[in-house]
Unconditional design. Sequence first.
Length: 408
Amino acid sequence: MRVTRFHWKITWTTAVFTIGILVLCFMHYDNHLENLYHPTITRDIAESSRKVIFNKNSTQDRIHLVSIVRGQRAWEQIKTMMKSLLFQQGRYNAEHNNHCFLEISDKRVKICSNPSITQWSLIRIHWIADENLLDAMQNWFQQLQWKEVELNLYNVDKLISHVPSFPAPRTSGPATVFKMNIPYILSTDVTKVLFLDTDVLFNDDVRTLWAYFEQFLPKQAIGAACEQMPECQSSCQHTYRFMRHQGINSGIMLLNLAKLRRIGWDGIWKRAAANQLSLISKLWLGDQGIFNTILISRPELLYPLPCEWNIQTYSSGGPECCPADWRIRIPQNLQCSLEPVAGVTTVATRLARALHYNTAGKPEEYFPKTRAESKCGSDTSVSIQNDLKKAFHEVYYAFRKIPETCFQ
């Protein structure tokens, strides 16, 4: 009996001790969650990282463009993308300047008979960039004569210690965290933005893309096109069906920051990242995987963009998801019917409006040399993919070579 009582006392003591440890662990875990899901980039931190290069203080509505620029190659890519954007706004001025000649073959040019009236929009650029690029960006911008364009720079090195670290592949790395923190890095007076990866070229006026914000339903906060893969089964239609297959591509997105802040975005994306990491060792798909995890569980947040606003080169099956003709739209002309062109393989039913080189072998890796055309594959989809890549290289090099002073 004494042994039994002694054993009972030991068991009871052990139970009390164990419960105490569990309570302490729970309190620690609860505090960890509170810290994890509380916005880590405060307004003071964000403002200390920001540098306003030029601000027109205009009451006109702005189109806000946001990109994460890390490394010299991304810096060259973003400048080239801006040239294509300004070109499509009718800001290209080649008169009396031989350096402004745009070397694009005739088969890449789409000319229509009906003239259009191009209106410029006030554009505010937000670049979240490496500290060692900021001076070059500032000097570059101050030498330009671009009308109705503003620039805000954000110092990555001042922000990086204030954001949580998640294991991610080298190709995405900290950029994943910065993209998810855009609602908190930018000031609260910025309520809507167009996010762009640096490997994008425009083939239509950015105002047309921005106008889709007007079609968002009250709960929709993220506008994105589908990830274009062979298994898409026509899922790139303007519907929600593609979320059941491969989700969205996060390289071009319309983000309503006001709505995201209101629903507690900081906690939402961190929980989604933590859930992914409970199943896998790294965030292998970077920010795109986090966005898709969120949108699968909360589809009411998504506005599906037409796929021609994010034509992707990654997969040979992409053209089957979103058949689009990649020929340069002359901004002074409206779109017209797509006639076959010799030397261009296409099954297109629409004109590509933005092309996203979301694969290896980007043109900037080879500049100033041009990349040899790929000869592999005789399948139609492979031929179309190769032609898209070739077109991107040709158009990229054409814009890359001409100076920024060719635009106004």
